[in-house]
Design a protein around this ligand. Structure first.
Ligand code: ZN
Length: 125
Protein backbone atom coordinates (compact mmCIF):
# COMPACT_ATOMS: atom_id res chain seq x y z
CA UNK A 1 0.00 0.00 0.00
CA UNK A 2 1.21 3.47 -0.86
CA UNK A 3 0.06 6.23 1.44
CA UNK A 4 0.60 9.88 2.28
CA UNK A 5 2.03 10.51 5.74
CA UNK A 6 1.72 13.94 7.21
CA UNK A 7 2.36 15.21 10.70
CA UNK A 8 -0.47 17.48 11.96
CA UNK A 9 1.32 18.24 15.27
CA UNK A 10 3.61 16.50 17.79
CA UNK A 11 0.97 13.92 18.73
CA UNK A 12 -1.00 13.34 15.53
CA UNK A 13 0.38 11.90 12.30
CA UNK A 14 -2.05 11.12 9.50
CA UNK A 15 -1.52 8.29 7.06
CA UNK A 16 -3.81 8.34 4.03
CA UNK A 17 -3.77 5.46 1.55
CA UNK A 18 -3.41 6.60 -2.08
CA UNK A 19 -5.90 5.20 -4.57
CA UNK A 20 -5.32 5.96 -8.23
CA UNK A 21 -8.86 7.27 -8.74
CA UNK A 22 -8.72 9.55 -5.69
CA UNK A 23 -5.93 11.91 -6.70
CA UNK A 24 -7.17 15.43 -7.29
CA UNK A 25 -5.84 18.84 -8.23
CA UNK A 26 -7.20 22.27 -9.05
CA UNK A 27 -7.08 23.54 -12.62
CA UNK A 28 -4.53 26.42 -12.83
CA UNK A 29 -6.79 28.16 -15.38
CA UNK A 30 -10.32 28.05 -13.91
CA UNK A 31 -9.64 26.67 -10.41
CA UNK A 32 -12.08 23.76 -10.67
CA UNK A 33 -11.14 20.66 -8.67
CA UNK A 34 -10.79 17.60 -10.87
CA UNK A 35 -9.44 14.04 -10.71
CA UNK A 36 -6.02 13.42 -12.25
CA UNK A 37 -5.92 10.45 -14.61
CA UNK A 38 -3.35 7.74 -13.72
CA UNK A 39 -1.72 8.30 -17.17
CA UNK A 40 -1.03 11.91 -16.19
CA UNK A 41 0.46 10.78 -12.86
CA UNK A 42 2.69 8.36 -14.81
CA UNK A 43 3.69 11.19 -17.16
CA UNK A 44 4.60 13.46 -14.22
CA UNK A 45 6.72 10.69 -12.70
CA UNK A 46 8.45 9.96 -16.02
CA UNK A 47 9.25 13.65 -16.53
CA UNK A 48 10.64 13.90 -13.00
CA UNK A 49 8.17 16.67 -12.13
CA UNK A 50 7.29 17.11 -8.49
CA UNK A 51 3.64 16.85 -7.53
CA UNK A 52 3.54 20.09 -5.52
CA UNK A 53 4.42 22.31 -8.49
CA UNK A 54 2.60 20.25 -11.14
CA UNK A 55 -0.15 22.03 -13.10
CA UNK A 56 -2.86 19.84 -14.56
CA UNK A 57 -5.59 21.60 -16.52
CA UNK A 58 -9.18 20.38 -16.33
CA UNK A 59 -10.63 18.75 -19.45
CA UNK A 60 -12.39 21.95 -20.56
CA UNK A 61 -9.32 24.19 -20.17
CA UNK A 62 -6.94 21.65 -21.76
CA UNK A 63 -9.21 21.68 -24.84
CA UNK A 64 -8.95 25.48 -24.88
CA UNK A 65 -5.13 25.17 -24.61
CA UNK A 66 -5.10 22.79 -27.56
CA UNK A 67 -7.35 25.13 -29.54
CA UNK A 68 -5.07 28.08 -28.70
CA UNK A 69 -2.01 26.08 -29.83
CA UNK A 70 -3.80 25.20 -33.06
CA UNK A 71 -4.78 28.84 -33.58
CA UNK A 72 -1.14 29.88 -32.99
CA UNK A 73 0.05 27.21 -35.47
CA UNK A 74 -2.55 28.34 -38.04
CA UNK A 75 -1.42 31.94 -37.59
CA UNK A 76 2.15 30.86 -38.44
CA UNK A 77 0.94 29.05 -41.56
CA UNK A 78 -1.13 32.07 -42.61
CA UNK A 79 1.89 34.39 -42.12
CA UNK A 80 4.05 32.06 -44.25
CA UNK A 81 1.39 31.83 -46.97
CA UNK A 82 1.04 35.61 -47.01
CA UNK A 83 4.83 36.07 -47.43
CA UNK A 84 4.92 33.51 -50.25
CA UNK A 85 1.85 34.85 -52.06
CA UNK A 86 2.59 38.58 -51.80
CA UNK A 87 5.01 38.76 -54.79
CA UNK A 88 2.54 36.80 -56.96
CA UNK A 89 -0.39 39.02 -55.98
CA UNK A 90 1.84 42.05 -56.66
CA UNK A 91 2.74 40.62 -60.10
CA UNK A 92 -0.98 40.05 -60.92
CA UNK A 93 -1.83 43.60 -59.86
CA UNK A 94 1.03 45.19 -61.83
CA UNK A 95 1.05 43.05 -64.98
CA UNK A 96 -2.31 41.29 -65.20
CA UNK A 97 -5.87 42.19 -64.34
CA UNK A 98 -8.76 41.32 -62.08
CA UNK A 99 -9.64 38.28 -64.23
CA UNK A 100 -6.27 36.57 -63.71
CA UNK A 101 -5.72 33.67 -61.30
CA UNK A 102 -2.55 31.77 -60.48
CA UNK A 103 -2.94 28.12 -59.44
CA UNK A 104 0.16 26.57 -57.87
CA UNK A 105 0.62 22.88 -57.12
CA UNK A 106 3.68 20.78 -56.34
CA UNK A 107 4.62 20.32 -60.02
CA UNK A 108 2.78 23.02 -61.94
CA UNK A 109 2.07 26.73 -62.03
CA UNK A 110 -0.92 27.76 -64.14
CA UNK A 111 -1.94 31.31 -64.97
CA UNK A 112 -5.61 31.52 -65.90
CA UNK A 113 -7.42 34.41 -67.52
CA UNK A 114 -11.18 34.25 -67.02
CA UNK A 115 -13.61 35.49 -69.64
CA UNK A 116 -17.13 36.64 -68.99
CA UNK A 117 -18.91 35.16 -65.96
CA UNK A 118 -22.11 35.52 -63.92
CA UNK A 119 -23.12 33.86 -60.64
CA UNK A 120 -25.60 31.04 -61.27
CA UNK A 121 -27.51 30.04 -58.10
CA UNK A 122 -28.14 26.32 -57.52
CA UNK A 123 -31.15 24.80 -55.76
CA UNK A 124 -31.88 21.15 -54.80
CA UNK A 125 -35.56 21.45 -55.82
ZN1 ZN B 1 -10.08 24.54 -16.00
Amino acid sequence: MLYIKTKLNEEITLTIPIYCDEIYTKCPECGVEHAVEPEIIAHLLNEGDDFASASVYCEKCSKKETAADTTEMRKGEIDTLEKLASPIVQWIREHQGTHTEVHISWDHVRVKHDGIGIPFPYSDE
